[in-house]
Design a binder for this molecule. Sequence first.
Ligand code: HEC
Length: 332
Amino acid sequence: MAFKTKTTKAFAGFLALIGLSVSASIPQSAVPSHATASQRRQFSLHPTFARDVAPIIDQHCASCHHSTQTGKIALCGNNAFSLLSYNDVKRSASEIARVTRSREMPPWLPEHGYGDFVDEYRLSDAEIRTLSEWARDGAPEGAASEIPSAPKFTSGWQLGKPDLVLEAARPLSIPAHGPDVFWNFIFSPDLKMTRYVRAIEVRPGSDLSLIHHANVVVDPARSARRQEKEPGAGFPGMDISLEHSPFDIPSHFLFWKPGSKPWVEPDGFSWPLNPGTDLVLNAHFMPLGRSEQALPSIGLYFTDKPPDRFPMVIEQRMTTRSTFPRATPILP
Ligand code: HEC
């Protein structure tokens, strides 16, 4: 039985998916708690960068706002900037106070208080107050010797060496200017037997900031290949139609954007990748004022353990008639 399915880029839907599929299965103790640090900061009358601000920025902002080993910013876009050093953060102190007070940053769409999400990107009220008071006081550095060492980011595979690396058959030229580019790369893993995937990681190629976001779509019927003009060429388009049986959909979170941590499936949630299945990387690129070549690759991390737990997709589509609070995306 063949069905037509469309991928969607409903970002909030993916967030709902990630939270709903796992929050019930992860013990509370696995969810990071920063209560102690926030409580301590609550009593800081005159916050300094070294003692109060750097820990907040390192924990909640740096994963997106840092430059990579090639000197480029991990975020997508031309206005991306790093927030790793005191001078970087000081320069933007009042803007940081503004965007955290309005909760534009860190970007997190779900309204607080309507469900607990794993890995929530959200500042506490005390942390927001600290950033505002620090900006108001003129962004004092404090004791430079107390500044915690900035987090380290690798421009290699974040989860270590993958069990299988799939490389795009050929690079895609992204022009310096013009409209956004939506492109689908098809990967055919050479598998002799079914493998169970516990994590995937996407690397965009030379420049992390080039990809705005990417979805990995599983194509057991190998129907995407029919849309290529020649084998290995890939094909354009944001929404793709694939043929498959609904029972083949792994219902997992196969989504990537700059700054996001690769998603590792909780124990028991691996998904099967059968021989003869293609993976399609459905990617959105943004021209950055210089022409670039994108040669993405996908890293697959396997486990021997077949799944004994199964997530359920609950898709929340955004429409203009949506009544969900704060449904306006910062990251579309
Ligand atoms: C998940 C990635 C991510 C995280 C985490 C994040 N940011 Fe951002 N930030 C972005 C993106 C993407 C933009 C560009 C938004 C746009 O152009 O609409 C941005 C833009 C900004 C801007 C410019 C806003 C403007 O109006 O132009 C500031 C200031 C900022 N971030 C501060 C922060 C601070 C402070 C934190 C932590 C408390 C943070 N960000 C965490 C992704 C992130």
